[in-house]
Ligand binder design. Structure first.
Ligand code: ATP
Length: 319
């Protein structure tokens, strides 16, 4: 193996740059060349390449976003797209590909692997919804960003004795909502994995009010329903007048936390180690503190469950 390709794909996540730097430098340290593809699989199909060197990845470790840019590519989802991607990889003399992204991006890498091309995935998504790693790159930073916003809201919520609904990202997974809810001391958290009843929520709000609570915070993951829908349901069912805040893309931006910068550096180094060992068709993750390579399909075939103790804790501590 002489030359490694590298791309970032799907939604961007803080720490992707740190992973790009780590992959590039670990590869060069081991005598390999690195070629970056811009804009994920779109750039692969277009042959949009940039050679990566020790210096070209300098000064990016703590910068948000991804210097390789990222994209979603419908072309690549089709069998002709995969074949064209493979042709491009051969055209640029790439011997192995490292893909930084979420489980969708790993599906794409898996298709290349099935055609016999060596791939390794690095989990980068703020959703943390991938098995094979305790934490994905970007999750910690996104939680901290959400927390910063929520903390400011709490000041207003308590001063004005208001009910606030904060919508955080998470179409299918409530990891971000739950983490932010515990850290911010929210009274309620609504996640896509667990159904809830409006009547029960209103009852809990009522009891909280009776116990003397003057303000409350509900954190809702976007996949449950839009915050505006919850706002009108609360009005209709319980007569509550809630304010809403949708955090949106702000959660994906910003410089990575030290946790994410370290995680990304370790996984970047781990991806090159996996390639050198010949552990193809794998994803690298950090499990109980160790860097582990697992079959890439683990990311979507195994389900990562929400911690039910954490969910209970929101109820207990939000008393
Ligand atoms: P995030 O979790 O941030 O959304 P993701 O990697 O899951 O990141 P997706 O939009 O699901 O984001 O996937 C990114 C890209 O991966 C897609 O645009 C497509 O190019 C490729 N991809 C996804 N699924 C497949 C598939 N089944 N076959 C081939 N390529 C795929």
């Amino acid at each position: 193996m002489k030359r490694v390709g590298l791309l970032t794909s799907g939604g961007d996540a803080p720490g992707m740059n740190a992973a790009i730097r780590a992959v590039t430098r670990a590869a060069i340290y081991n005598g390999l060349e690195v070629i970056g593809f811009r804009r994920g699989y779109e750039g692969l199909l277009d042959g949009d390449v940039i050679p990566l060197s020790i210096s070209s990845v300098g000064g990016i470790i703590l910068r948000g976003g991804t210097m390789l840019r990222t994209a979603r590519s419908d072309r690549f989802k089709k069998p002709e797209g995969i074949r064209e991607g493979l042709r491009r990889l051969k055209e640029f003399d790439i011997d192995a590909l490292v893909v930084i992204g979420g489980d969708g991006s790993f599906h794409g890498a898996y298709e290349l692997h099935k055609l016999g091309f060596p791939v390794v995935g690095i989990p980068g998504t703020i959703d943390n919804d991938m098995a094979g790693t305790d934490c994905t790159i970007g999750f910690d930073t996104a939680c901290n960003t959400a927390l910063d916003c929520i903390e400011k809201l709490r000041d207003t919520a308590s001063s004005h004795e208001r009910l606030f609904i904060v919508e955080v990202m998470g179409r299918n997974a409530g990891f971000l909502a739950l983490e932010a809810a515990v850290a911010a001391g929210a009274e309620f958290v609504l996640v896509p994995e667990i159904p809830f009843e409006m009547d029960t929520l209103c009852q809990k709000l009522h009891y909280a009010h009776e116990r003397g609570k003057t303000h409350s915070l509900i954190i809702i993951a976007e996949g449950v329903m839009p915050a505006a829908d919850l706002q009108s349901k609360l009005k209709d069912t319980g007569g509550y007048d809630a304010r809403i805040i949708v955090l949106g893309h702000i959660q994906r931006g910003g410089n990575p936390s030290s946790f994410d910068a370290v995680l990304a550096s370790r996984l970047g180094g781990g991806a090159i180690d996996a390639l050198i060992r010949g552990d193809y068709g794998t994803m690298v993750g950090r499990i109980s503190g160790k860097i582990v390579a697992s079959p890439i399909q683990v990311a979507w075939e195994q389900k990562k469950d929400l911690d039910e103790d954490m969910l209970r804790l929101v109820d207990i501590l939000g008393i």
